[in-house]
Design a protein around this ligand. Structure first.
Ligand code: SAM
Ligand code: SF4
Length: 345
């Protein structure tokens, strides 16, 4: 008989596996600062499948593929296709977060055909100047090209069948005070015009390289206030185990979402497990560097195929993380955080 799905020390079940396929990126957003190279010991496609299977067996119904930039990963389509059979075992959706630069029309179609359900594209500004600043691009021409590519990617995704009005295509934007807070309204206008849900994300203290300061965080409440002054909003709430609080435009032009992980933490129902490209499992986005559990010994052992499930179940049962809620209580704990692009944002 299958054992009951594990519950962590705060009564939370596992619902989402966020799997990072690469720590590398083709952008260098200063708030993220990815590694220029992969860690050693990257997982193979077969090992990634084993991890996904184990997570689904332990209760995960959603798989989000991320990075680094996941479109740099050569076996992305093959992995998505290979995961399909797990839909008969509890997997309900496969999603991808990408900066969109490499999303050609053809790539978008291939991803859809392979079985990708949802796509979230990231864009932090509507002008070449803001794009350059937020994506770490060297000059105006590079920023213009990148902006053009992301805007085209949105349309390629739509044409391939990722429908925004059903929530299958969304736009992420990180807002940082003094850098792109002037882009809140233009981004909302762009998303409204293209009928996309915009997800405004508070700048988070993930990693150590970005020099995060609380003062640089534009809170979700401020962002909602700014937008509602222009286009009145009404609250839809935060779905159970969701990361975003959602709002509806009163004029009927779609929805807006805000991810308030700093100002209104949602650790209480966090159901996410992160696994890095080299197979290290982390139970919190704000985890200390080096605190993850290496799954590779269980992936390499052919003697006991149940060892991976048991190891991951034990990891989840021992999970006590609620960093974002504790930040308020002990703001400077001197923690060396694992980097965002390595963890899989
Ligand atoms: N490269 C892909 C992308 O940018 O969409 C996927 C990986 S990226 C780490 C995933 C998401 O994390 C992006 O939407 C990015 O904007 C967000 N992110 C990265 N660093 C962040 C930070 N310090 N605070 C808030 N969001 C961050
Ligand atoms: Fe790359 Fe995404 Fe990090 Fe930007 S946020 S540097 S696109 S991984």
């Amino acid at each position: 008989m299958a054992s009951a799905p594990p519950i962590d020390r705060h009564g939370r079940s596992l619902g989402v596996l966020r799997l990072s396929l690469t720590a590398r990126c083709n952008l260098a957003c200063p708030y993220c600062q990815p590694d220029g190279q992969e860690p050693s010991g990257l997982l193979s496609l077969e090992q990634r499948l084993q991890v996904i299977e184990a997570a689904v067996a332990l209760g995960a119904s959603s798989l989000r593929l991320t990075g680094g930039e996941p479109l740099l990963h050569q076996q992305l389509d093959a992995l998505i296709s290979a995961v399909k059979p797990l839909r008969n075992h509890g997997l309900r959706e496969i999603a991808l977060t990408s900066n969109g630069l490499l999303l050609t029309a053809e790539r978008a179609h291939r991803l859809r055909e392979a079985g990708l359900d949802r796509l979230t594209l990231s864009l932090d500004g509507t002008t070449p100047a803001s794009m350059a600043l937020m994506a770490g691009l060297p000059d105006q021409p590079a920023a213009e090209r990148a902006l053009h590519q992301v805007l085209a990617a949105i349309e390629h995704a739509r044409a391939a069948g990722f429908t925004p009005t059903t929530g299958h295509l969304k736009l992420n934007a990180v807002i940082q005070r003094g850098r792109n807070d002037d882009q809140v309204l233009p981004l909302a206008a762009l998303a409204r015009q293209r009928k996309l849900e915009l997800r405004l994300i508070e700048y988070m203290d993930v990693g150590n390289r970005n020099g995060w300061r609380q003062a640089d965080v534009v809170t979700a409440a401020e962002m909602v206030h700014t937008i509602s002054q222009r286009w009145p909003l009404e609250p839809l709430g935060r779905p159970h185990q969701g990361t975003a609080s959602r709002w509806r435009y009163r004029d009927g032009t779609g929805t807006l979402a805000v991810v308030a992980s700093v100002s209104q933490p949602f650790c209480g129902d966090c159901n996410r497990l992160r696994v890095t490209a080299d197979g290290i499992a982390y139970t919190c986005l704000f985890a200390a560097a080096g605190s993850g559990v290496d799954l590779k010994p269980w992936l390499q052992s052919s003697d006991d195929p149940s060892a991976l499930n048991q190891g991951m179940a034990a990891l989840w049962r021992g999970r006590a993380d609620r960093y974002s809620e504790e930040r308020e209580l002990a703001p400077d704990r001197g923690t060396t955080h694992a980097e965002m692009a390595y963890l899989g944002g």
